[in-house]
Design a protein around this ligand. Structure first.
Ligand code: TRH
Length: 381
């Protein structure tokens, strides 16, 4: 089972936003429609071509006649290679024959490392086509492409948060009476050998705690560990209620993050959505070989914690490091827990700082317009 949704999650948000807010005609090529359907239930995996939310979605196949297929397509004015995919060579060759030449962008992975600023917007000449490919880096500063953020997002999240019946309804659809839980935690994480440390800590709190876990790697680990736990069932461990929940449609997942008091997130898309939700969050970064991810994690912590009071920064950093290196968690949880209100307040400032960099989709459109001396059909549908 594919259990990673970050790449499609990012491409889908970007495509929808380019179509909805910038009136751009977007074709999104995807090679795994069943995974896409997990975050967007309207997707019909058996359809090679479908239009949703103004975006034309097409199946990317590697079948025998694929070369001919790509060769026959008329290239777009702007072509985005997202997150380390490679456009088929035949399509690249077609791009090279166009006048004006298409703008070719390489949308990179998210990193808070300082070198990103120097590489964002750089061109990389492609000898086989004579075209330039431009690096477009998401990031946390105004020298990067910024972060995905839809125009109406804040208003939508605020409306939901202040509409108590809507929130109650949301929880009820998950089979949860939200009023029973003064502390609600969402737990979207990769498997974790020390997770039971946290569960033990939460069981001992003097009030009820809810922890919801979406279906996936960690949920499977827990189902193996606790025979009474299964999909849709709630396991009661003293004051802790543990529940495996269905994977939600992406917009509902955004609401879940707003409705919880603490969000554990993973990968590159959910961490950013947790930012916008504004509640305290803990990031489990996607693991890479030779611990390359820990360098990225430190770079993020350096930026995120920069303006925190020293004691807060230290508690946050220790918890993040323990969570990402599978160390014992009880002690760091005890340090972190009383600081959650302080983190919530800090997150508002941090969010404002990030929003001042502009959103990624708008920055990308701006970049594309700057690169075109004349604007072909990119900006109008
Ligand atoms: O799924 P991920 O672990 O993705 C990762 C990283 O992005 C990594 O960079 C990539 O290379 C690797 O996959 C292969 O975590 P991420 O990035 O947070 O993506 C999860 C997506 O799933 C995000 O768009 C939110 C969405 N989601 C839902 O739509 N519903 C849900 O119920 C949940 C839990 C998530």
């Amino acid at each position: 089972m594919v259990d990673n949704f970050g790449d499609i999650g990012i491409c889908w948000r970007l495509s929808r936003q380019l179509a909805a807010e910038h009136g751009i005609c977007v074709h999104l090529w995807v090679d795994d429609l069943p995974s896409f359907q997990r975050i967007c239930p309207q997707i019909m995996p058996e359809m090679r071509q479908q239009t949703l939310f103004g975006v034309e979605i097409l199946l990317w196949t590697e079948q025998d006649d694929a070369a001919l297929f790509w060769q026959q397509l008329s290239p777009a004015a702007v072509v985005i290679e997202a997150l380390a995919c490679n456009i088929p060579v035949r399509y690249q060759q077609q791009m090279a024959t166009q006048q004006p030449q298409p703008l070719w962008l390489n949308l990179e992975y998210l990193s808070a490392e300082p070198w990103v600023e120097g590489c964002h917007g750089l061109n990389s000449p492609q000898p086989q086509t004579g075209l330039d490919k431009y690096f477009f880096f998401p990031g946390f500063t105004d020298k990067t492409g910024g972060l995905l953020y839809e125009r109406e997002l804040q208003a939508k999240l605020d409306r939901f948060y202040h509409n108590k019946p809507a929130q109650q309804d949301f929880w009820q659809q998950l089979g949860i009476e939200s009023a029973d839980f003064p502390l609600k935690i969402s737990m979207f994480a990769y498997s974790h050998s020390q997770f039971t440390d946290l569960l033990q800590q939460w069981q001992q709190l003097p009030h009820n705690v809810l922890c919801v876990i979406p279906q996936g790697e960690l949920a499977q680990q827990l189902i193996t560990q606790y025979s009474l736990l299964g999909e849709g069932k709630t396991l009661q461990l003293n004051s802790l209620s543990l529940k495996i929940m269905p994977f939600l449609a992406q917009p509902d997942y955004d609401l879940l993050l707003r409705a919880c008091d603490l969000n554990f997130v993973r990968g590159e898309d959910s961490i950013i959505r947790a930012h916008w939700a504004g509640q305290p969050f803990v990031w489990q970064i996607y693991r890479q070989q030779e611990n390359a991810h820990l360098v990225k994690l430190q770079a993020f912590l350096a930026r995120y914690c920069q303006q925190m009071p020293a004691a807060l920064a230290s508690a946050v950093q220790q918890f993040y490091l323990a969570w990402n290196t599978e160390q014992e968690l009880s002690h760091c949880w005890q340090e972190l827990y009383p600081l959650l209100p302080e983190i919530t307040a800090y997150n508002q400032l941090w969010r404002q700082q990030l929003l001042a960099n502009g959103d990624l989709a708008s920055n990308l459109v701006h970049f594309a317009k700057k690169k075109f001396i004349i604007t072909p059909n990119f900006s109008q549908q």
